[in-house]
Design a protein around this ligand. Structure first.
Ligand SMILES: Cc1cc2nc3c(=O)[nH]c(=O)nc-3n(C[C@H](O)[C@H](O)[C@H](O)COP(=O)(O)O)c2cc1C
Length: 189
C-alpha cells in the first residue's frame, strides 16, 4: 500500500497543529490513581461536553499510560491551573514524569470523592468517574462524569503559540448573549 493510500487525508497533522497554535487554551492537570500508583499529565484538551448528564472530556495520546490507568481505575480528576502554576504544567508535560515514582514530590494534592488526586491551590477541579472512552485517531477521548467539583477566584493560566500567558481583560460594549432568552428591561436574571 502506498503512503497516499495508507493516509488518504489531504492535510497533514502538523499543519493542523500549526493552525491550532493560534487558539489560546487553558491548562489543566489530568490525574488518576490506579492501584497504588498515581498518574498525571498536562492537558489543554479539557472541555465541558454535556450539561445533562454533566460530562467533561479530555483527549489523551492513546499510548499514554494514563489511558490504561483511567480505564482500569474508572476515575479521573482534572485540576485547572492558575497563573503561577506554570511549573506544574511543565513538570507533568515532561515525558514519563507523570508516572515516575516521586513525580508528585512537592506537589500538594488531596483526595476528594473518587480517589483521583486533586491539586491543591488550582483554580477549579472536576473529580469524575469514567463515563466512556472513545477513539479519536491517535488520541483516546476520556469522558468523565463529575461527582464533585469546585472553583475559586483567580487568574487562569493560558497557553498560546507554545508560551504561557495571563489574561488581559478587554473593555467592550456589552452584547446580548446568544444562549439566553431576551429579558424585559429592568428584569434581573
Ligand atoms: C500546555 C500543554 C498542553 C498539553 N495538552 C495535551 C493534551 O491535551 N493531550 C495530550 O495527550 N498531551 C498534551 N500535552 C502533552 C503532554 O503533557 C506530554 O506529552 C506528556 O505528559 C508526556 O508524557 P508521557 O509521554 O509520559 O505521556 C500537553 C502539553 C502542554 C505543555
Amino acid at each position: 500500500m502506498t503512503a497516499q493510500a495508507d493516509r488518504p487525508w489531504a492535510i497533514r497533522g502538523e499543519a493542523v497543529r500549526q493552525a491550532a497554535r493560534a487558539c489560546a487554551t487553558g491548562v489543566a492537570i489530568l490525574t488518576t490513581k490506579s492501584g497504588d500508583e498515581l498518574f498525571a499529565k498536562t492537558v489543554s484538551s479539557f472541555v465541558t461536553l454535556s450539561m445533562d448528564p454533566p460530562l467533561i472530556s479530555v483527549a489523551v495520546t492513546k499510548h499514554s499510560p494514563l489511558v490504561q490507568a483511567v480505564s482500569d481505575s474508572g476515575r479521573l480528576a482534572v485540576s485547572v491551573l492558575r497563573v503561577g502554576q506554570e511549573h506544574l504544567s511543565q513538570r507533568f508535560a515532561t515525558p514519563g514524569a507523570g508516572h515516575a515514582s516521586g513525580a508528585f514530590t512537592g506537589v500538594r494534592t488531596r483526595i476528594e470523592a473518587t480517589g483521583a488526586p486533586v491539586l491543591d491551590e488550582c483554580l477549579s477541579w472536576f473529580d469524575c468517574t469514567l463515563y466512556n472512552v472513545l477513539p479519536g485517531g491517535d488520541h483516546s477521548i476520556l469522558i468523565g462524569l463529575p461527582v464533585a467539583v469546585a472553583s475559586s477566584e483567580g487568574e487562569p493560566l493560558l497557553y498560546h503559540e507554545g508560551d504561557y500567558h495571563a489574561l488581559t481583560p478587554l473593555t467592550v460594549p456589552s452584547a446580548p448573549c446568544p444562549d439566553r432568552a431576551p429579558t424585559a428591561p429592568g428584569v434581573r436574571t
